[in-house]
Write a protein that binds this ligand. Structure first.
Ligand SMILES: NC(=O)CC[C@H](N)C(=O)O
Length: 350
């Protein structure tokens, strides 16, 4: 049987069998522990510049059509699985998945010892990796997190107006999942603009709220600086909200900073707490706000991760700013945090 290899930057090699696109890929390697939502995951723009290991041993055991696309196409650079039914067969679901990956130019490696691979990433941290049909890699390692990943996801997205809510929201798309945008469009009328929009042409007083979406890559990437500066100019003038990358951009707009996590949080069973009540949430982030840099900014931590204390929600009540690191839209995952969206209506008030 043909072999395909996952070669890590530290020289470790895992092997499996090839499926999906017949091509090599190089990017950062991360894992998700989510047991459902494989279509949502591989099309989530937040994964641009990353190859994704599924810790859950069985993927493609239900039809792709049961899932929802989170962007125009697959965003992961590669997929690494224990059993995606590329060999062990599952009929239609497995074939659909393989065809989807082929159509999207995404190589897969199946029958990999994903338990060992996930433990290795947990112990050594997220790192660069290559998917290749050869056991050795002599090429140049590229740090995909230093690329303009938001630009890659958003370049084909046009400015648009959507939704029918009474309140008007300026929605800054820095790689938004479709489901997040849908949740906002159900409640507000969105004017969606990309991260490279000419913000000098925008009068924020024309809007009832500002929202910054999720997205890929390093929140401190220089391509996002104009967004950070614009958000900074809006604080105190309009209620300002954000999710995941949006949360990290808001922190930077206050002069706080973000840091790279060892291997990030990616899955749909991450508990966050406010010290009294805990909820289970969906996470997909490799960076986090550094709580020490929030001191004196006016931003207060509202919720944190029960396992490692990572900042998961913060607010500046006085200037009506509120953001979460987790994904209240889930997709996939639990809906414990879905009240987030209606709470924005209350926070905007009249
Ligand atoms: N889902 C997101 O918005 C991810 C935010 C950022 N790219 C991170 O990895 O932390």
């Amino acid at each position: 049987m043909e072999r395909r290899y996952v070669i890590l930057e530290d020289g470790t090699v895992f092997d499996g069998v090839p499926y999906g696109a017949d091509r090599e890929a190089q990017s950062e390697i991360v894992f998700t522990t989510a047991m459902t939502g494989y279509l949502e995951a591989i099309t989530d723009p937040s994964y641009e510049g990353q190859m994704l290991v599924f810790a859950s041993p069985t993927i493609a055991n239900y039809s792709l059509s049961a899932g929802k696309m989170e962007s125009e196409r697959a965003r992961v650079s590669g997929v690494i699985t224990r059993d995606a039914h590329s060999v062990l067969g599952a009929g239609k679901p497995g074939d659909e998945f393989e065809e989807f990956l082929e159509r999207n130019g995404v190589p897969g490696v199946d029958l990999v010892d994903t338990r060992a691979l996930v433990r290795h990433i947990r112990e050594k941290g997220a790192m660069k990796a290559v998917i290749s049909d050869s056991k050795e890699f002599h090429g140049q390692w590229v740090d995909t997190m230093s690329l303009d990943l938001v630009g890659r996801v958003c370049r084909d997205r046009e400015e648009a107006t959507m939704g029918s809510g009474r309140l008007k929201c300026l929605y800054i798309d820095v790689g938004s999942k479709f489901s997040l945008r849908e949740q906002m469009a159900r409640r507000f009328t969105l004017h969606t603009v990309n991260y490279d929009h000419d913000f000098s042409a925008i009068d924020i007083d024309d809007y009832d709220l500002l929202f910054i979406s999720n997205g890929p890559g390093d929140p401190a990437h220089q391509s996002l600086r104009p967004v950070v500066n614009f958000v900074q100019s809006c604080i105190g003038r309009v209620p300002t909200f954000g999710v995941c990358l949006g949360h990290q951009i808001i922190a930077q707009a206050y002069g706080a900073s973000t840091r790279k996590m060892k291997f990030g949080h990616r899955g749909s069973n991450h508990a966050v707490t406010d010290g009294r009540r805990s909820i289970v949430t969906t996470h997909n982030h490799g960076y986090a706000v550094d709580p020490d840099t929030l001191k004196g900014t006016g931003l207060k931590v509202l919720q944190w991760d029960v396992n490692d204390g990572t900042v998961e929600a913060m607010e500046d009540r006085a200037r009506n700013v509120y953001s979460v690191q987790y994904h209240p839209e889930a997709s996939p995952g639990p809906h414990d945090a879905s009240a987030f969206f209606d709470s924005l209506i209350e926070r905007v008030g009249d």
